[in-house]
Design a protein around this ligand. Sequence first.
Ligand code: ADP
Ligand code: ZN
Ligand code: ZN
Length: 723
Amino acid sequence: MIAQIALPVPLHQCFSYRLPQHMLERVSLGLRVRVSFGSRMLIGVVTGIETTECGDASLKLIEEVLDDRPVLAPAMLELGHFISHYYVQPIGEVFFHMLPALLRQGQSSRLPTQSIWQPTALGRLISADDLRRAPRQWRALQVLLEFPSGLSRQVAQLHGITTADLDNLVRRELAGRTETHESLPEGASLLAEVPLTPSEEQANAIAHIQAQPGFGCHLLEGITGSGKTEVYLHLIADVLNRGQQALVLVPEINLTPQTLQRFQQRFNVPMISLHSELGDKERLRAWHHIRTGQLRLIVGTRSALFSPMLNPGLIILDEEHDSSFKQHEGVRYHARDLAVYLARRQGIPVILGSATPSLETLNNALQGRYNHLHLHRRSNRSTPPLTLIQDIRGQELQAGLSAASLGHIKEHLQRKQQVLVFLNRRGYATSVLCHDCGWKVRCPHCSVYPTLHQNIGRMLCHHCGWSSYIPQSCPDCNGSRLIASGTGTERLEQFLQSMATSLPIWRMDRDNIPNHRVLEHTLAEIHQNQPGILVGTQMLVKGHHFHAVSLVVVVDTDAGLFSADFRSPERSLQRIHQVAGRSGRSNIRGEVILQTHDPEHPLLQCLVQSGYPAVAKLMLQERHQLNLPPYSYQVLVHCQGRSTEDVQKFLSEIHACFASISPYGPVCAPIEKKAGLFRAHLLLQASSRPMLHQKMASLPNVCRDKARHGIRWWIDVDPQDLL
Ligand code: ADP
Ligand code: ZN
Ligand code: ZN
């Protein structure tokens, strides 16, 4: 018997090992085994078992089987094979990416047990006198008698009793010790609160999804506050009622306890939030409880897709347009597309929710592949905000804000409302330059200018992390007139504070809000609805409702509308639309100001006059005319090296082999040099996905062949940006 083993090495193949006689019974697909590979011992996953007549005796034997039960169930094995094939990723690395870190390191996959001590009949009869030489044991026995159904180690510790005391009782046959699996407490009833009565539109969406119990992909399009989450809650209730599990995927930044709170308020079932701050042990524990079906509701970021659900019933992807569903490092995949794959494989519905669906998803809906459901009205019946395009050409700007915008801000603050100022650039200034000779501070390792962070008193490169003191004079001309140019959120905050001295300013960006605890704290302050100003980057855009915000000012509307990346306008308009959706509440009409140097921009005009669905269709038309995704399919070969010549040479050789699907040839990446390495890429493109995949079948091998020393390369299928 020969087993195929996937090993965590960057190679696009599995490896054959012989099965020793005594393991024949124990080995099945999806189990972990230990094998020797070169000079190392590695853990691998069994992906195939075959019987051969003429077994190659030179093959190595499997050393050890680590599991009794597969750590990757058939559906997950299939998903892994699909990822490896579709995204052209090394199979072993894919499988390892799908497992919790502790399982990758070889920890046991057996369900952890906990010891429970109970008094025996003898223990119940014995008197203090019998145990007078063992007062600790007597005390332990007394505590034990208070817990006739069993005492766990944790509870014993609370009473000052050690496991040694209890085990001594076991030795005297005064107590018994049993091992049980940890079980999560469940409420008596599933619902913890009475659900809201769905509006007509919500009821319609719910009915449509319920009517298709097997696989179906549903795009739920509705502005913020239109009640998408409420629709999810109704459908999750169905799933839980059937005894199944539901998986909810959310963007990284959105994953705050708040999201989970909404679910906890509604349901009495065990649930978990899988976020990046979770430790390895907690993650493994969750993995076990998901696998036994005890955790009924799983909320998490993209990697939660690999949760080993015993009995899946529904997958929901909220904010489906969000680019954080794409994994940009290591194993590259798009959680949205995989969620659809997995739902199809499991025969369950998948819901993609968004106020601003991605053009890919919208196209799928328009083509009839996805079911398109709409929520048009806000549940709280407020009117949509009044949006103004504000021409700032020739205007004097203060920290990026025009006099007109400032006037509006003051007005809203005087009315005791909150104002949101959106600027997607953190730091104080985008560069520091010499007023006399034009010299600029540069990052020594990257082809970019570092950002000035006044709060920490340093220049910081956002691309490689390089930091330095802020120069006081110009090293070129010795001039001392250095200027901080370009506005970031720090400067904006400082300026607004000087204008509104008595009001709170909440700056929400990655520097000021490092983790979800600070985020929670800040949100709690904002939700007291006192007048004040929110200043922030895209962190402001995602998932939060700000009920007291009546004015939104977008400082730099143009950023992103003009960029080398064809997806940039889509992202930018989604952000603008999403941030605009933060304004307005039931009784006040919200106002949105878009500051721009290009007031006639057709996409901007279309967004303001006709809304996101219209501008999305316009963008789709443009993509169609230019034969760009979703009307064509792309693969990017990235390359990094120590010189421009090295990377160009490598990519030219790749280009020569794939010229028929590479219309443009190698080009420098938008950030040419990063962390000391030169970067370039080669775009492969075709109008049919199967054809593209067929023609690039040999791509990984060719890349490996051509890569000289010092060249790093990787393949990105369906690339989301050209970084
Ligand atoms: P979304 O997820 O689209 O942003 P939510 O589901 O969070 O929208 O709903 C926005 C607000 O409207 C929430 O405060 C929610 O409680 C309320 N809401 C949603 N649906 C209803 C309903 N059918 N009846 C009353 N209030 C609702
Ligand atoms: Zn100078
Ligand atoms: Zn740098």
